[in-house]
Every structure is written in C-alpha cells, then in structure tokens.
Design a protein around this ligand. Structure first.
Ligand SMILES: [Zn+2]
Ligand SMILES: [Zn+2]
Length: 245
C-alpha cells in the first residue's frame, strides 16, 4: 500500500507544484483524495491505470481541489474496461448537476454506471473489500459550506487526509485514535498555531501537502523547523512522491 502525492501546491500552481491531489494505491485498486488540476495527467505520469481508480473523495469544492475532475472523467470514459467503475464523492450536492452539465458541454461522455455520483456526509461514506472511509466535518469554508477530512482504514492501517482547515487549526480532527499516516494541508494556519494540537496527536508519520508559496524552495526547511519537536516523522511532500504505508 502506498500514498502518491500527485499535486502538493495550495490554491495556485507554483513552479514546482501542481494543485492538490493525492492517490492511495492498494494492489490493483486506487483511491483519489481531491482532484486539483492536473490530477489525471499526474496519475498517468505515476503509471497508475485509470481503470484502477475506484473512488474520488473531494474534501471541499474549492477549485484547487476539483479542477482536474473534468479531465479525469474524460480519462475514465476514454477506454473503459469490463467491470470498471468509479465513485465520485462531492462535498456539496448542488455541485453535481452543474458538473455533469459541464461534462456535456465539453462533450465528455457521462454514462451512468461507469462513474457514479454521491454526496459526502458526516460519518461512514464508503466501504469496499479494501478500505472503509469516514468523513469528518471541518470548518474551512468561509461561507459555511461543507468541508471534510477523510479517515481511511485499510489493511489494519489508519490514514487521515485533512483537506483544507480553518486559520486556527482547531478543526484538525482530534480524538480519532492512532493514525499511521496523516496527510495534512500546510497553508491556512500559522505553523505555531498547529503545534499544541499536533503535539497531542498520535501519529506515526505526518506528511504535509497543499504547501503555501512561503514553504517551497528554501522555505521548505523553514516550515519543517516549526515541527522538529514533534515526537514523530514529519515530511513535506512533493509532486509525484510515493510514501509506503
Ligand atoms: Zn486548497
Ligand atoms: Zn480550500
């Protein structure tokens, strides 16, 4: 089982980083958390067949987490194989119909069955023979629209994908027990605000993605310096980096 960070930038592309998208690969199956542009292109570069994509979980509807979805839908429909099926989980139900209308407008096939559309809600949202997924509400959206972190349990391991958080970091999911891996955004809060909460968290490996422009290039070391006192491994992810779980 491995996590591949397809895109690790924050709201904008930066010279070395594309918008946020992360893949969890388990054998011949994979699952995407957020689909910032160019998620499908990065998946192609990572050598992961599109037919293997079982589900996409969007943490919220901001463009930098969803902009790759059109091209991904096209990739899934281009050369479908027998039994291929992908579930798309949108954070807001109202986004599904306009998205499907847009697929029609750009002449992407939109067949019921190959891709199925769902709305994420708090609690258990997805389960198959590989993983079970629980959505935990966060408070990232300034207008109060839904946003979620996803807790994914697979092969005896527990992984948390925070999505974007609020400026005071208080919505980082706490009381979720041991996490083998946490993939956490690194843009919307000052690192020192996160420390009291991260110090109490039971984490094996903390991987930051969605990195602010301040924290790229030489800034990466400055960012990581904030977390040296944490009693677990802390890393800053790059595009197309692979982490074994
Ligand atoms: Zn974002
Ligand atoms: Zn956002």
């Amino acid at each position: 089982m491995r996590i591949i960070t397809l895109g690790t930038s924050h709201g904008n592309h930066t010279p070395g980083r594309f918008a946020t998208s992360t893949l969890l690969e388990i054998g011949e199956s994979c699952y995407m958390i957020d689909a910032g542009e160019p998620a499908s292109g990065q998946m192609f570069r990572a050598g992961v067949p599109f037919k293997n994509l079982r589900a996409v979980f969007l943490t919220h509807m901001h463009d930098d987490h969803t902009s790759g979805l059109t091209a991904l839908a096209k990739a899934l429909h281009k050369y479908p194989t027998d039994g291929q099926h992908t579930d798309f989980y949108f954070a807001e139900e109202a986004a599904i119909a306009p998205f499907r209308a847009w697929l029609g407008a750009v002449h992407v096939k939109n067949e019921e069955g190959l891709v199925q559309y769902h709305t994420t809600h708090e609690g258990a949202v997805y389960k198959d023979e590989n993983i079970s997924v629980t959505a935990i509400p966060t408070r990232h959206m300034s207008g109060g629209e839904p946003s979620f972190a996803y807790l994914i349990e697979a092969d005896g391991k527990r992984m948390l994908f925070t999505g974007d958080l609020s400026p005071d970091f208080s919505d980082f999911p706490q009381n979720v027990g041991h996490l083998d891996v946490c993939v956490c955004e690194g843009t919307h809060y000052r690192p020192e605000f996160s420390m009291p909460i991260l110090q109490k968290a039971d984490i094996g490996k903390l991987i930051f993605n969605h990195l602010h422009e301040l924290w790229i290039g030489d800034g990466e070391d400055v960012f990581l310096q904030n977390f040296v006192s944490l009693p677990y491994l802390v890393l800053a992810a790059h595009d197309l980096e692979s982490f074994s779980v």
